[in-house]
Design a protein around this ligand. Structure first.
Ligand code: NOJ
Length: 450
């Protein structure tokens, strides 16, 4: 039973932006084509046991060759915005040094095609695929990172700035610094504070410096950066659990936005934060961490319930899994909780310095089944309906929300989960590259038309 009759896209207003998102490493494939250099994911996926099913991003959805047809799908589903990321190593195969003209030409073709179809491109500069050559020099933990990143942003904005005015500097810095440099679950697979702390500081500096470079090079730029976020719910009202929840809130929600807003790194009696400045010989705040973003992209997939745990070093906290709490979950094990989605948006909307919020990703993995050539993903439709209702309420309650971008156009390379975790509105058969619009894609088409 569809709720489409109740919820209408037009309720969000004429200016509200409806978009769909992909990312270079998850979709493009063509990993050695036309002079592209390797990224950390190309190498990481070759390491035994790192990715489910031994999957690699080498071919993925072959978006590199199929972008024209895929953009027609975006158009057919009725989205106005197409958010994609640029592969740094396609532009600068060694991360720095020589520019790869063929790489530039690919993005020119992609952007031109968007514009020809009247799709608004939102370009993410960094969606987790660092050039491998730079990782060999220390990657995000290197003191040279800012210099490398600045050059890359210069090249991209000088090249595409006359066609693209919507830019997202980083995608989920907490995601790539913690998974990639603290717990080693993602590329480049590094662990420990000596990697994590400099990676965090470099990402804080890169997001603001990236913003400044875009501002200087792109007339009428609309500049944002995107954050993962989760409502943090203390397991009990016990002061120890409350303190633990505060620490996790700092890590998962406040660490990157507050320095960007000029508030400095959050501290609130969290020793990890002191280690952060000491390790980086940095101040809690310097003016260079600040940038006046035009919008902030929020990406929320689950809330986190936190309890005190003395055994865990430094953070002294653990989460209580959604499964054990017996709440509704997606097939990723992530809690489905639209009220919590509302509350985390509300938490960010309270920051005075945030001018506008865009939900720059939102979506769910369910184990879809292809039956007689069709995928009936009713659970995903319900997921979107519930989250969009919560979003409409947030908007009606006065939060300045400018758009909603669904994650994701089509099933793709879901990082360490490989290809089994399907989030798409469009099903992809990875053997034949056949695309099949799922019921959720059809639902969106109908919803956006109303
Ligand atoms: C956020 C990331 O930006 C995206 O790359 C990922 O696929 C989704 N979350 C789902 O896990």
């Amino acid at each position: 039973m569809s709720d489409a009759t109740i919820l209408k896209a037009s309720d969000f207003g004429d200016d509200f932006l409806w978009g769909v998102v992909i990312a270079a490493a998850q979709n493009e494939g063509a990993y050695k084509t036309d002079g592209r250099g390797l990224s950390i994911w190309d190498q990481f996926s070759n390491r035994q046991g790192k990715i489910k099913g031994g999957a690699t991003p080498h071919i993925a959805c072959d978006f590199y060759h199929r972008y024209k047809d895929d953009l027609l799908l975006v158009k057919a589903l009725g989205f106005k915005v197409f958010r994609f990321s640029i592969s740094w190593s396609r532009i600068l195969p060694m991360g720095t040094g020589k520019v790869n003209q063929e790489g530039l030409q690919f993005y020119h073709r992609l952007i031109d095609e968007c514009l020809a179809l009247d799709l608004i491109p939102y370009v993410t500069l960094y969606h987790w695929d660092l050039p491998l050559a730079l990782e060999k020099e220390g990657g995000w933990a290197s003191t040279h990172l800012l210099k490398w990143f600045s050059r890359y942003v210069q090249v991209c904005t000088q090249e595409f700035g006359d066609k693209v005015n919507n830019w997202i500097v980083l995608n989920e810095p907490m995601g790539f610094t913690s998974l990639g440099y603290m717990i080693g679950k993602h590329a480049p697979g590094k662990i420990g504070l000596s990697n994590f702390l400099p990676a965090v500081h470099n990402a804080v500096m890169a997001q603001s410096e990236g913003g400044r470079i875009i501002r200087a090079n792109v007339p009428n730029a609309n500049i944002g950066t995107s954050f993962s976020c989760s409502e943090i719910i203390p397991a009990t009202q016990n002061p120890k659990d409350l303190e633990a929840a505060k620490r996790i809130d700092i890590l998962l929600n406040r660490l990157f936005i507050e320095p960007a807003l000029g508030m400095g790194y959050p501290s609130d009696d969290f020793p990890l934060m002191d280690k952060l400045y000491i390790h980086n010989k940095a101040w809690k705040f310097t003016e260079r961490m600040r940038f006046d973003f035009d919008f902030i992209g929020l990406q929320n997939y689950f809330p986190v319930v936190v309890k005190y745990n003395s055994v865990i070093p430094i953070i002294q906290a653990t989460d209580i899994s959604a499964k054990s709490r017996k709440v509704p979950i997606t097939d990723m094990g992530w809690e489905v909780n639209p009220t919590s989605f509302y509350r985390i948006i509300q938490q960010f909307a309270k920051y005075k310095g945030i001018k506008k919020i865009i939900i720059s990703e939102s979506g769910a993995f369910y184990k879809d089944k292809m039956v007689n050539g069709a995928v009936d993903d009713e659970k995903r439709i319900q997921y979107f309906q519930q989250y969009l209702k919560a979003l409409l309420k947030a908007k009606a309650d006065g939060m300045n929300i400018g758009g909603y971008f669904a994650w994701t156009l089509m099933d793709n390379f879901e990082w360490s989960e490989g290809y089994h975790a399907r989030f798409g509105l469009v099903h992809v058969d990875f053997k034949t590259q056949l695309r099949t619009v799922k019921s959720s894609g059809h639902w969106f088409r109908q919803f956006l038309a109303e």
